[in-house]
Design a protein around this ligand. Structure first.
Ligand code: URA
Length: 214
């Protein structure tokens, strides 16, 4: 089984390389490289986000860390027993994920948080390898429509057969995997009321109960 992580100078996406070079000059203490996944490879759940935030994962080198979206995500995972330790917004805070791994559809920070279709496709090979490298994987939770489509596309499913809907559970028969949809835990979604903390707690409760049944 191959398991390829992008090189810290990965050159697949010219626009992201250019942004990275500028950020290395502007923010020399930041990580400024493709952000590796977080959590154990033998987890049953993979959470797929969008892309590192400029001052979040791109700074700290850990998905959703020092990012508003992580302030929503991590305490709720902990509340439901999927994490332990204290989340202190740093890679070395000792915070640990339990039975959950987290990755992004695109591993490099994109300008204005918006990866292009081509960048999502380029980074898809890492998502494919990630999924293949998780021997106990039962459920993928996608945060937002972009992550949902990225997963369908790398696994070879037709998007029209699996419409993104918050709370929807899809069955990926060729892979014997459940695919659960949630709105992204972004500040924008929380501020506009698209997603509330309670709604996201329900999503985590839902995957806990799906795991218990599967
Ligand atoms: N930080 C990440 O790592 N991913 C997201 O999708 C959002 C913030």
């Amino acid at each position: 089984m191959t398991f390829v992580c992008p090189d810290k100078n990965c050159s697949l996406c010219p626009r992201l390389v250019e942004f990275r070079s500028a950020n290395r000059l502007k923010f020399p203490t930041y990580f400024n490289a493709p952000v590796p996944p977080f959590g154990p490879l033998n987890a049953q759940v993979l959470i797929v986000g969008l892309a590192p935030g400029l001052n979040g994962a791109n700074q700290t080198a850990r998905p959703f860390t020092n990012d508003y979206a992580g302030d929503v995500l991590y305490p709720i995972l902990k509340k439901f027993g999927f994490a332990q330790g204290e989340y202190k917004k740093r890679k070395d805070d000792g915070f640990e994920l339990l039975n959950v791994r987290i990755t992004n559809s695109v591993r490099c920070v994109p300008p204005e948080n918006k990866p292009t279709g081509e960048e999502i496709r380029n980074c898809g090979k890492f998502l494919t390898d990630e999924i293949a490298a998780m021997p106990n994987l039962k459920l993928i939770l996608t945060l937002g429509g972009i992550a949902h489509n990225a997963v369908l596309s790398v696994l070879g499913y037709k998007k029209s057969n699996f419409k993104f809907k918050h709370g929807a559970v899809h069955f990926l028969d060729k892979h014997n995997l459940l695919l659960l949809n949630s709105y992204h835990t972004s500040r924008y979604n929380i501020n506009t009321g698209v997603l509330t903390f309670e709604m996201f707690e329900q999503i985590v409760a839902q995957f806990a109960s799906l795991l218990a049944q599967k």
